[in-house]
Design a binder for this molecule. Structure first.
Ligand SMILES: [Zn+2]
Length: 100
């Protein structure tokens, strides 16, 4: 693995994060809000995730997740750039059959 578990976080958490975190967990009923294939995860939530902008700590941008889902999401965010490099671009260079 070329990236660690903390590499995705480039914006520091705010001073009152502990309070915000508790408020979000309470709002979501302390249950993970991850939805996969139309089914909501029912595992107790322990983490609070930023849906969009990691610097936006408003309630609309935060949701409760269980640890496995939060890890999965964080690693997806950090690995996006590395993954893009792996995709070969050969297909774009193929000439259109109509142009031959
Ligand atoms: Zn979950």
């Amino acid at each position: 693995m070329p990236y660690g578990p903390t590499s995705a976080r480039t914006v520091p958490l705010p001073k009152g994060w502990g309070v915000i975190r508790k408020r979000i967990l309470k709002r979501d009923g302390f249950v993970c809000t991850w939805i996969d294939g139309g089914m909501r995860c029912s595992v107790p939530a322990t983490d609070v995730d930023h849906i969009g902008d990691p610097a936006d700590h408003s309630e609309a941008n935060l949701r409760s997740l269980c640890q496995p889902h939060h890890r999965r999401r964080s690693s997806a965010q950090g690995g996006r750039a590395a993954q893009a490099k792996k995709i070969p671009r050969k297909r774009r260079q193929e000439a259109h059959p109509g142009l031959l």
